[in-house]
Design a protein around this ligand. Structure first.
Ligand SMILES: [Zn+2]
Length: 465
């Protein structure tokens, strides 16, 4: 029997144990909380970490814990050629579940529960890959280290507790994404655009405007209060702009004017084409109305420099792309405007070819010439070569057990290995399957979980042989 066949048989024979152990970790609620002594991200994440390390120790792996923030389990005493980095914190359960989010439940070939996909399930799948190799008696020259973090969902403040004192292995993968392999991550540029003016404009004007709630979410709603136009007048004069943007425009009378509401469609900032940005649409609607004053002039300038639908940043002069990481995207996601000032927060995902000179400086100059102050830093992208032995080994293992063609993909969202040299995202969900991650009824397919265990085991054997 080949090693792949032995791995496959072992994993299939341990399906019930795998599901039981995923449920055991899911049962420890681990939403981030108030820091405590020995629990920098709160008692929940720490408890999940302790339970995971207990599980690893039960299967005979040496474990360690780092400041209560991260933990590890080692295949052997040999220095690791491969780190596998997973996280045990979860986002809150939210509403709409058909079963208890912390009691993993099997229905129709899927396991449901908070964290079954992101990322407790994949952490246990990686442990099963190690356990499989150990129980099959596979000897590896190099070590493999599982690393468990507890703060991925809130900015990865956990990583430095480990990496300040330990070099990363030459290769790292995080099973916190999807198959096949994500080896290119765009960088980010988050820009705050600000302007203030002396209050006291009279006449028909923009009194206030706001929209959006999170920097990385394309907003579905935005609203404004204006004077000098009643609701029917605003709808008549702003309707064409709203139609052009593809948004719904509602208006209600207010003393001396009206309140406008724009409804678009929410999306993740890394894929703004999936949404319909209510903030940029509101700016265009306001710009089309016969108003005056400093606030309206500012709105008009923003509508010109960040027009609705221009998620490539053409008007601001920062549109660019490269073959590896794709196109720059930019999305204006949070607007706050009152009688004396405005602030617009933008989230740009920048390709590897973007730098300070061709991106941040250009954006600051374009907005600066229109009278805005711009602040915000650029974070570079991440790239691990697709042609290296590491990535080729991962892809071959994926192809062996998925029956699908392996390929390297680029992502606009940063993954857990964004700052780790030689890191890629690898699994654990299969392409095309919606795991409802972060939502109600988060799920994994049992067949996919078994395949992921096999893929990880064969990959570890290949990288650490
Ligand atoms: Zn995650």
């Amino acid at each position: 029997m080949t090693l792949a066949e032995r791995i496959s048989d072992w994993v299939d024979a341990h399906e019930a144990e795998l599901l039981r152990d995923i449920a055991r970790i899911v049962a420890v609620p681990s939403v981030s909380g108030e820091p405590r002594e020995g629990a920098p991200f709160g008692p929940g994440p720490r408890a999940a970490l302790d339970e995971m390390l207990r599980l690893c120790a039960e299967y005979g792996f040496r474990t360690d814990i780092y400041h209560g923030a991260m933990g590890s389990a080692d295949f052997s005493d040999a220095p690791a050629a491969l780190d596998i980095l997973a996280h045990l914190d979860v986002v809150g359960p939210g509403e709409g579940w058909d079963s208890d989010p912390y009691k993993a439940e099997l229905r129709g070939g899927c396991l449901y529960g908070r964290g079954v996909d992101d990322d407790k399930g994949p952490a246990v799948m990686a442990l099963y890959a190690l356990r499989c190799l150990k129980e099959l008696g596979v000897e590896l020259t190099h070590g493999c280290r599982l690393l468990f973090g507890t703060d991925e969902e809130n900015g990865s403040g956990d990583l430095h507790y480990y990496y300040d004192d330990h070099a990363p292995a030459p290769n790292t993968f995080t099973p916190d994404s999807g198959f096949p392999v994500y080896n290119v991550e765009k960088g980010t540029y988050r820009a705050a655009i600000e302007r203030s003016w002396p209050a006291g404009d009279g006449g028909a004007r923009v009194v206030s405007a706001r929209g959006g709630f999170r920097i990385n979410v394309v907003p579905a709603e935005a609203e404004a209060v204006i004077t000098g136009l009643d609701a029917p007048g605003a709808l008549a004069l702003g309707g064409a702009a709203a139609d052009k943007c593809g948004v719904e425009l509602l208006a209600g009378d207010e003393p001396g004017g009206c309140r406008l509401l724009v409804r678009g469609r929410q999306a993740h900032a890394a894929s703004p084409w999936d949404g319909c940005n209510a903030v940029t649409a509101l700016l265009e609607v306001l710009a089309a109305l016969p108003l005056g004053g400093a606030a309206w002039e500012s709105v008009r300038a923003l509508a010109r420099l960040l027009p609705h639908g221009d998620w490539r940043g053409e008007a601001a002069g920062i549109a660019q792309a490269d073959g590896l990481s794709g196109e720059l995207t930019v999305s204006a996601n949070i607007l706050e405007l009152d009688e004396g000032s405005l602030r617009l927060d933008c989230d740009a995902r920048v390709p590897l070819c973007a730098n300070e000179a061709n991106c941040r400086a250009v954006f600051e100059r374009a907005l600066g010439e229109a009278g805005f102050a711009v602040s915000g830093e650029m974070e570079p992208g991440h790239h691990t070569p697709a042609g290296g032995e590491f990535v080729r080994t991962l892809l071959a293992s994926y192809e062996r057990f998925s029956g699908q063609k392996g390929e390297c993909l680029s992502t606009g969202g940063g993954t857990y290995v964004h700052d780790i040299p030689g890191g890629v995202a690898f699994g654990a969900s299969m392409p095309g399957f919606d795991t409802k991650l972060h939502g109600a009824n988060e799920r994994i397919r049992v067949a996919d979980a078994l395949a992921a265990c096999k893929i990880f085991a064969l990959a570890i054997a290949g990288v650490c042989k």
